[in-house]
Design a protein around this ligand. Structure first.
Ligand code: DGL
Length: 265
């Protein structure tokens, strides 16, 4: 039996880090993924543009009759999560609360680092939310905007990446933090390089696993979990499908069979 799909979206390929965890945890759930690859990166755009783009992505997925929206983008969550909740009546899960939860469970010395896009870091959403949960926690936030184009272009293992990661993180490494949150869904694809740079005393976490668990809880809570025994995955992008397919297959370690280019209104 075929039921409605979960809709996952991001500015580009980064949301595949969330897609990967969702399909691993919920192998019978069908997923429609949308990546706004023609307009990535979002992370250096102004709030109004981020909100407008977020609405257009979500409208597209809702037009595909999804049963839930998963905002697999910290930048969108930082600026547009409330607006999305106000516009749509279907359940919406975002990565920020999942990342926050993961980070709070990880830190022991209450000194943490947050890596995100310029927009996410300048929104101040993480220090604000962390402070509301535990005001003792010291938060060191670093904007690392070059990571997104590196991932979009498939620069994952390259000495240029090592140098850029080192440049961005050298000051943070001196702050005696014990954990770092990758607060951008593109960054898990650079995890190896980031871990190598910060060494084994700092734990590097991302939101994707906790986000998949949250998706699962929400589906069960709302009686939306599938009864199907087989899942279907459809991918839509606003940019070049071939490029996304090639990179996506490399990241996911599986074939992307159905991918289409769409033009947003
Ligand atoms: N992957 C997105 C995030 O989590 C956005 C990257 C971008 O478009 O700048 O923030």
């Amino acid at each position: 039996m075929r039921t409605k799909s979960i809709g996952i979206f991001d500015s580009g390929i980064g949301g595949l880090s969330v897609f990967r965890q969702v399909v691993e945890l919920l192998p019978n759930e069908s997923v429609i993924y949308f990546g706004d690859t023609a307009r990535v990166p979002y992370g250096n755009r102004d709030p109004e543009t981020i909100i407008q783009y977020a609405m257009e992505c979500a409208d597209f997925l809702v037009s595909q009759d999804v049963k839930m929206l998963v905002v697999a983008c910290n930048t969108i969550c930082a600026y547009a999560f409330e607006a999305l909740q106000n516009r749509f009546s279907l359940p919406i899960v975002g990565v920020i609360d999942s990342g926050l939860k993961t980070l709070l469970q990880t830190t022991k010395n209450e000194k943490v680092g947050i890596l995100g896009t310029t927009a996410t870091i300048s929104s101040g959403i993480y220090p604000r939310k962390i402070g509301a949960c535990n005001p003792q926690i010291q938060v060191h936030s670093v904007a690392t905007p070059l990571f997104v184009p590196l991932v979009e272009e498939g620069f994952i293992e390259h000495k240029a990446v090592d140098l850029i990661v080192e440049e961005y993180l050298s000051a943070l490494k001196k702050e005696n933090i014990d954990s770092i949150l990758l607060a951008c869904t593109h960054y898990p694809f650079l995890r190896k390089v980031i871990e190598k740079c910060v060494g084994n005393k700092i734990v590097v976490k991302d939101a994707s696993e906790a986000c998949a668990i949250e998706v699962s809880h929400e589906l069960v809570k709302r009686g939306l979990a599938t009864t199907a025994t087989e899942a279907h995955y459809l991918f839509f992008v606003s940019g070049e499908a071939k490029k996304f397919q090639k990179m996506g297959e490399k990241f996911l370690g599986r074939n992307i069979e159905s991918i289409q280019e769409v033009t947003l209104p």
